[in-house]
Write a protein that binds this ligand. Structure first.
Ligand code: DGL
Length: 261
């Protein structure tokens, strides 16, 4: 069984990529809805949530855990791995490396939560993989919460997104990293603003391929899906069709359940 979790709906973008790659794997997705967003919280708080939710997925029998959240990965994946040294753990980090490899202008941008944007881990990633390019890190407060409302076509949000993106595009940025799993669902709003001036970089498929490499026997199940949430499980289930992931409903074993964690 493979366990995937995030603060809320964002990790569903990673879950979908894993479900496509591993059609027979049994999957559990947990949204820590009662504690979102993670992006404006301190590291110690995020670490305690990651240990709590990840621990519940381990107790449920998951042999692979995917921390489907950049914010949780940068703040807590090291502590989580230390706590469960035998476990296969996959984190999600902003795609700085592919963006640096793809840029022609030598300028890339990373859109991320406040917590990821200020993290030492992101600074390290940039030092390791993007030394020779200019990297603009853009914190996008409130964007993950916007996805949670499912009101993605609000013109006020499009105007806000334009304010963030226009200076980046005008400065010659040609690769824009979606450094938060929630932002995948904002691509339909961001794409028309970007037009053909830059490409969006999303690592969900690369994360799914890493799961394929690690899954082993965990890939061989009935292809069932269990949804759990620390608040409003019914909203998590309703979000699947709203986010274009209605096809995942066919894998559901039962209605989404509330967990206290
Ligand atoms: N989806 C998460 C990420 O990838 C966090 C969003 C949030 O809770 O702030 O960063």
């Amino acid at each position: 069984m493979i366990g995937v979790f995030d603060s809320g709906l964002g990790g569903l973008s990673v879950l979908a990529a894993i479900a496509r790659e591993l059609p027979t794997a049994d999957l559990i997705y947990c949204a820590d809805t009662a504690h979102l967003p993670y992006g404006d919280k301190e590291d110690h708080y995020i670490r305690s949530r990651v240990l709590r939710i990840g621990g519940r997925l381990v107790d449920a029998g998951c042999g692979v855990i995917v921390v489907a959240c950049n914010t949780a990965t940068v703040a807590a994946v090291a502590a989580f791995r230390e706590h469960f040294p035998e476990l296969a753990v996959v984190g999600v980090e902003p795609g700085v490396k592919p963006a640096a490899a793809l840029t022609r202008s030598g300028r890339i941008a990373v859109l991320a939560t406040e917590s990821t944007a200020r993290s030492e881990r992101l600074a390290d990633l940039i030092r390791q993989h993007a030394r020779s390019v200019q990297v603009h890190v853009e914190a996008c407060p409130g964007w993950a919460t916007r996805v949670e409302t499912l009101r993605l076509d609000d013109p006020h949000f499009a105007a806000e997104a334009r304010q963030h993106l226009t200076p980046l595009l005008d400065s010659g940025v040609d690769q824009i990293v979606l450094g938060c799993t929630h932002y995948t669902f904002l691509a339909p709003v961001l794409q028309p603003i970007i037009d053909r001036r830059a490409a969006l970089v999303d690592v969900a498929d690369a994360v799914a391929r890493q799961c394929v490499r690690l899954a082993g026997a965990e890939a061989l199940g009935d292809g069932g899906l269990t949804l759990l949430a620390t608040a409003h499980p019914e909203r998590l289930q309703a979000a699947l069709p709203a986010l274009g992931l209605g096809w995942l409903c066919h894998r559901l074993r039962s209605a989404a359940r509330l967990i206290v964690a």
